[in-house]
Design a protein around this ligand. Structure first.
Ligand SMILES: Cc1cc2nc3c(=O)[nH]c(=O)nc-3n(C[C@H](O)[C@H](O)[C@H](O)COP(=O)(O)OP(=O)(O)OC[C@H]3O[C@@H](n4cnc5c(N)ncnc54)[C@H](O)[C@@H]3O)c2cc1C
Length: 433
């Protein structure tokens, strides 16, 4: 199942395991169970500290748990965690095997102190780049606190479950049977949702901070760059962001960052954070600014946050970037994540074999249509303008696909469809890359 290179890499990682690990599989006679067994046997062969058995007990087949022998960790993968989830599998093995997590001590203590019984179920797809963060965060919580249990489920393999729960976007997280969250969530975000006192404690911490010389609102590439430039001048600099990393976190391949031939969004986001941390910058993540009170006649400016905190600064830099553009048509909100999706890579596998429509003929829309054409039965690309705006190379690829229809207005009807620039429909992000 694993090729020689991957086996060598994994073997090196598994040398960090210090405690015995027991993998317990639940398999049936199907091809996917055989595939999973092959993977687990490969893993077992790479470390003398790993044992493997099949008890067939779990109703989700194929699935497997990772625990210490006689231990109380409840961590399970339902499906075969390859693709983007392979890293989640490796991390789970390491952490169950006693290798310490890189999370901060205060975060680990917060997880250990969670007082409640939490059964999390996360639906992911193997092509979803936002899913591993959620899966890895919840796996780590399960390793640290035995009252947190987690099952990560490949939605494409457990279609009946997905249909029954109407999961149409990944990652989708359920807590004790009820919807808990959807979309990318980091460890701190999940803990903040569970630990109701955390927001108040964080607000108190922020309120006690001295005013900044420069306060940047937004932690995407623009905010990170602004913070680095300001901090290099030796002035007191802070960054407050709803989600440090910004849109880059939702991106996979990036090929137009000059001097870097190819990178991936989460990798770039991590590099941005590391770069900012090289300087004396106070990063305040998960803080959504709600109000700006300008300081008149040299007085300090004030920013108020959703969690109740407020910060003051001599100068503010607003770098709040962009969000997914909405079409503002009836049903869009009602069916959001229940048929209306924003991430073709993530959610595409849940629409396997179905007919889908992609709205927007810029680069994002056309790339989405091309990728989806390999999964779904038919794609209709809708563009309100009289022509597609995507790069020629993408349009050529699109036109070569037999199961895609591009539907746009003829030039004569352009005026019917014209709308102000800000309301033009695009699937996501900027149409210019
Ligand atoms: C799927 C996808 C693929 C992409 N691929 C590419 C590519 O290949 N090449 C390329 O060049 N570009 C690509 N882009 C576009 C690129 O990611 C953006 O142009 C870039 O991230 C913009 O950076 P920014 O810092 O201005 O804003 P953003 O990245 O949008 O960051 C905004 C920041 O502000 C924060 N924020 C927003 N509102 C608030 C608030 N009220 N309070 C506090 N914080 C707030 C956000 O949490 C975030 O930290 C892609 C975008 C997407 C979505």
């Amino acid at each position: 199942m694993l090729d020689a290179t991957l086996k060598t890499q994994l073997k090196t990682y598994l040398e960090r395991v210090t405690q015995p690990i027991e993998i317990v599989a639940s398999l049936d006679d199907g091809a996917k169970s055989r595939e999973l067994l092959g993977l687990l046997q490969d893993i077992q062969a790479l470390s003398s500290l790993i044992t493997l058995r099949d008890d067939g007990q779990d109703p989700r087949k194929p699935s497997f748990s990772i625990n210490r022998p006689g231990g109380d960790i409840s961590l399970r993968f339902a499906g075969i965690p390859m693709g983007h989830e392979f890293t989640s599998l490796v991390l789970a093995l390491l952490q169950v095997g006693g290798h310490p997590s890189k999370a901060g001590q205060d975060v680990l203590e917060q997880i250990a102190a969670l007082d409640g019984d939490y059964l999390f179920e996360t639906y992911f797809s193997l092509s979803c780049q936002n899913c591993p963060d959620v899966v890895q965060a919840l796996n780590l919580m399960a390793v640290i606190n035995p009252r947190v249990r987690h099952v990560a489920i490949d939605g494409a393999l457990f279609q009946a479950e997905v249909d029954q729960r109407q999961v149409m976007a990944v990652p989708s997280v359920y807590l004790n049977g009820e919807p808990f969250g959807q979309g990318r969530m980091g460890l701190e975000e999940i803990i903040a949702k569970l630990d109701t006192g955390a927001a108040d404690r964080e607000a108190k911490k922020l309120n006690a901070k001295a005013p900044f010389d420069v306060l940047v609102i937004g932690g995407g590439p623009a905010g990170a760059a602004a913070a680095v430039y300001a901090a290099r001048k030796g002035i007191r600099t802070g960054v407050a962001a709803e989600r440090f990393g910004g849109q880059v976190l939702d991106t996979l391949a990036i090929e137009n960052f000059i001097s870097v031939k190819e990178t991936e969004g989460p990798k770039l986001a991590m590099a941005l954070e590391e770069h900012v941390k090289q300087y004396d910058v106070d990063i305040m993540n998960l803080q959504r600014a709600e109000q700006l009170i300008p300081g008149r006649d040299g007085a300090l400016h004030e920013i108020r946050f959703a969690g109740g905190a407020s910060l003051k600064a001599k100068a503010l830099i607003i770098a709040t970037g962009a969000r997914w553009r909405e079409m503002n048509v009836p049903g869009e909100q009602q069916y959001r994540n229940r048929g209306v999706a924003y991430c073709p890579h993530c959610d595409g596998p849940l629409f396997k074999g179905k007919r889908v429509a992609v709205v927007g003929g810029g680069n994002s829309g056309v790339e989405a249509a091309i990728d989806l054409a390999g999964i779904v039965s038919h794609v209709t690309l809708l563009e309100f303008d009289s022509k597609l705006r995507a790069d020629a190379v993408l349009q050529r690829k699109l036109n070569s696909l037999p199961n895609v229809t591009a539907d746009h207005r003829s030039p004569d009807h352009r005026s019917d469809w014209r709308r102000p620039e800000g309301q033009r429909p695009h699937l996501q992000g900027s149409p210019d890359w």
